[in-house]
Write a protein that binds this ligand. Sequence first.
Ligand code: NDP
Length: 255
Amino acid sequence: MTVLESFSLNGKVAVVTGASRGIGRALAQALGEAGAAVAVTARTLEPAQRAADELRAAGITALPVGLEVTDPAQVDLMVRRVTDELGPIDVLVNNAGISIGSPALETPDEVWREVLATNLDGVWYCSKAVGAQMVERGGGAIVNVGSMSGMIVNRPRWQPPYLASKAAVHQLTKALAAEWAPHGVRVNAIAPGYILTEASPVDRPEYREWCVEPAAMKRYGLPEELGGAVVFLASGASSFMTGAVMVIDGGYTLF
Ligand code: NDP
């Protein structure tokens, strides 16, 4: 097999949570372009359906699934549905996430719980449900979308629950990687810096000072700039890699 062939996901089945827009949408497209059939999930069916239709128009096999990642019963249903319609899951990308920002003393406990439930519990439920299948089959790759905010305190928005959730995702990545390596299941994460999405409008002038200037590359990233790394981590091209957190931040955390 050539090195280029090792990046292929032909014949593989991938699930991307939170794929209706932004980073998840771009990752679903990248995995599809690499050859995978992709289940695209969002909290409700309609946005997932829209994303799936766009991917299909680009020649990608795409299955829309409504999935609230904080609900383990829905996660189990999603795994059953994808397995029935596309086949056993080879790749799981835990992307669904929310970022709500306010200083600690102004952050209600409900916000803490909502952020942790989505960003951490969601990764836990999906990894457990899909991981069980992967361990049984003796192979698979999980890619978690962490954040540079799991490594540094980024400004100007104070976001204690978000930072805590992403640091926990990085450590959960390592814990599952260690446990499932003997079963042929690899678990890695990406830690993006500032990426332009609906949730992160970093093209606004007021964000320039803190989100753009401190990065060595002096710019923010685009969702599609994460696709290559995720295809790499999902494919045989990274066959000796597990438990890694790959920083993709335009050099933001260098300083
Ligand atoms: P968006 O808000 O643009 O997209 C979030 C996606 O997650 C949507 O598809 C949304 O689906 C889905 N989602 C949200 N909550 C839930 C839930 N409870 N259950 C299921 N799906 C849910 O965010 P981004 O694309 O910016 O972020 C995607 C991921 O990347 C997040 O984990 C984020 O923390 C991470 N990240 C983002 C960075 C950035 O700068 N943008 C930097 C570093 C990390 P819908 O609303 O349609 O149901």
